[in-house]
Design a protein around this ligand. Structure first.
Ligand code: GDP
Length: 328
């Protein structure tokens, strides 16, 4: 029997990699499509992976529960992955209510729609290491208390606890993956890693002369999105639903990330990186450092891509993108 999956946020980085993984495992993959941009831009990441024709896109919106009910009836999924969100931390201070509507209430809408229409489906909630915020322990695991530091993180925390609550209240197979930052060539340009690798490519190709950045001293536990979507899938293959941290266990500063990315093309970051206060945040998450021991033990999950290999892949992809544009 072919398994069917429904993914919200299917046009994002994780949605694209997860679609690829599920298709390779023989799933029928459906994606919730929020009609907002031009059709071209919408499928950009799926196209990059060469799977745009294999993912079935269904019109709907996390903020509109009637559309979720219709979509769940249409595709009758065995597994539902809630990856849709207003996911950029800095933007969440400019649009806190929208962030709450999509990231918090959107998850509530989807959990409720699944409970009503498809209660036997397994549910994955994309929770975030941002929920740890002002960290309460030097290394964070599933038992570490949360202290969110942005409207985004507060919204994610609501969605996380509602997932736990629906599991406990209604015996739903609902799991929450607390994923530390995960990146790739498909990462949105507003996130720091992709901003840096894109900047490195533009400087290397003579398209730019400097790169304006915010807080270089923040540190993050950066893994590769391709490795992390495998963890999401593994969570839903367990008999018992639960919450898991996915992380590499290595934390690196934004400054060191810049150094490595510029060094990949033989440049010294100190000559190009400038600090611009416009990129600082009203409240910062200084350090994130995850402990994925539980995922290793229970799921048999482990990250496979080193930070250096990922930076190399991202810089090369951005060099190729800008190179193609210059030729075109
Ligand atoms: P986040 O962990 O979800 O907020 O992921 P980001 O990639 O947006 O940011 C990671 C860290 O990089 C945060 O601590 C930011 O303050 C820091 N940072 C420093 N300069 C920049 C910048 O120019 N853009 C972004 N997005 N983040 C920056």
């Amino acid at each position: 029997m072919t398994k069917r999956a429904l993914i919200t946020g299917v046009t994002g980085q994780d949605g694209a990699y997860l679609s690829q993984l599920l298709l390779a495992r023989g799933y029928e993959v459906h994606g919730l499509l929020r009609r907002s941009a031009s059709a071209d831009v919408i499928a950009e990441r799926l196209r990059w992976l060469g799977i745009q024709d294999q993912v079935k896109l269904l019109d709907g919106n996390l903020t509109d529960i009637s559309s979720l009910i219709r979509v769940l009836n249409e595709c009758a999924p065995d597994e539902v992955y809630n990856l849709g969100a207003q996911s950029f931390v800095k933007a969440s201070w400019n649009q806190p209510l929208l962030t709450g509507q999509v990231t918090a209430m959107g998850a509530a809408n989807l959990l409720e729609a699944v409970r009503l229409v498809r209660p036997q489906a397994r549910f994955y909630q994309a929770s975030s290491s941002e929920m740890y915020g002002m960290i309460q322990e030097t290394v964070q695991n599933e038992r570490t208390p949360f202290y969110p530091r942005s409207p985004y993180a507060v919204s994610k925390l609501y969605a996380h606890w509602l997932t736990v609550n629906y599991r406990e209240s209604f015996a739903m197979h609902a799991s929450s993956g607390i994923l530390f930052n995960h990146e790739s060539p498909l990462r949105g340009i507003e996130f720091v890693t992709r901003k840096v690798t894109d900047g490195v490519a533009r400087i290397k190709l003579g398209l730019a002369t400097e790169l304006s950045m915010g807080n270089l001293d923040a540190t993050r536990d950066w893994g590769h999105a391709r490795d992390y979507v495998k963890g999401m899938w593994l969570m839903l293959q367990q008999e018992v639903p639960d919450d898991y941290v996915l992380a590499t266990g290595r934390t690196t500063s934004v400054r060191e990330f810049c150094r490595l990315a510029f060094a990949h093309v033989g440049l010294d970051y100190e000559e190009y990186v400038k600090v611009d206060p416009a990129f600082l945040r009203p409240a910062e998450v200084d350090v994130l450092h995850g402990d994925a021991a539980k995922a290793r033990q229970v799921l048999g999950w482990a990250p496979e891509t080193s930070l250096e290999a990922m930076i190399g892949e991202m810089v090369e992809a951005d060099l190729a993108r800008h190179g193609a544009r210059m030729k075109g």
